[in-house]
Design a protein around this ligand. Sequence first.
Ligand code: LHQ
Length: 256
Amino acid sequence: MSVLERELTDGVLTLTLNRPEALNALTGEVLGALGKALGEAGRDGAVRVVVLTGAGRGFCAGQDLKEVQSGERGFDEVLNGYVTTISRIVELEKPVIAAVNGAAAGAGFALALACDLRLASDAASFTTAFSRIGLAPDSGMSYFLPRLVGWGRAFELLARSPRLSAEEAQALGIVSQVSPAAEFAALVHDVAAEFAAGPTRAYGLIKRALRQSAGASFSEAMGFEAHLQYIASQSADFQEGVAAFLEKRRPAFQGK
Ligand code: LHQ
């Protein structure tokens, strides 16, 4: 068994963190495998959407604290592993869905935040965890969290580290949809299938536009939008989208 399971079906690449005995806590091996799989997903035209989930009752409990305590990897090496892998999610020009099946903590919570969309089972929970062990946030959490929930709530979630239920996370805007655990696989399948049949190129450009706008002035954002729209307008999916609208039928996007 691999620490990261991969399955590609109908354009949906499902990556399953697979250390259930430790709630899928992240080791160098897991992070390396995840980073590599995300890099390959970017180059593989058969992949239209990526789903990230966890095996067993956890989503991801963040950094494996046994590995940290063992000192087998230097602190810089551990931190750099997060920078690389989280950046791959953000830079991947395809939608990445976090299917949060269980507990998400620390860098595991950050991993979900770096994804483009979060779906949660009602068995999921979310906790920042860092301050409980005397740490500051990492893995992009200080960037993503205030953008989703606002500065004040982000401070409280980071400093007090409550364990949020899926419903509480949804009320804060962290999660977009929650379903009963028994129906979660069907929800994830349906949402992933929607993206797998969508205009992949446009999704990639949406990610690029949002990323750029986060640090841009209004006029810079408008200028960058025009640049991206030129790229989008060259795609086969744009031709198909307009033709389908005018012919009053559903578009058949090829992701090109
Ligand atoms: C674990 C872990 C874990 C190992 C549960 N490691 N075994 C970056 C750079 C450098 C340094 C440090 O960190 C970082 C980034 C980070 O991510 S820091 C934050 C690290 N994560 C945490 O502090 C979370 C620790 N875990 C928890 O608080 C709880 O386990 C949660 C809230 C996730 C779930 O609670 P429960 O559902 O009650 O499960 P549990 O605590 O009983 O855990 C089940 C097992 O998983 C247990 O093992 P055992 O052998 O006793 O059954 C835990 O030891 C193990 N486990 N998290 N991070």
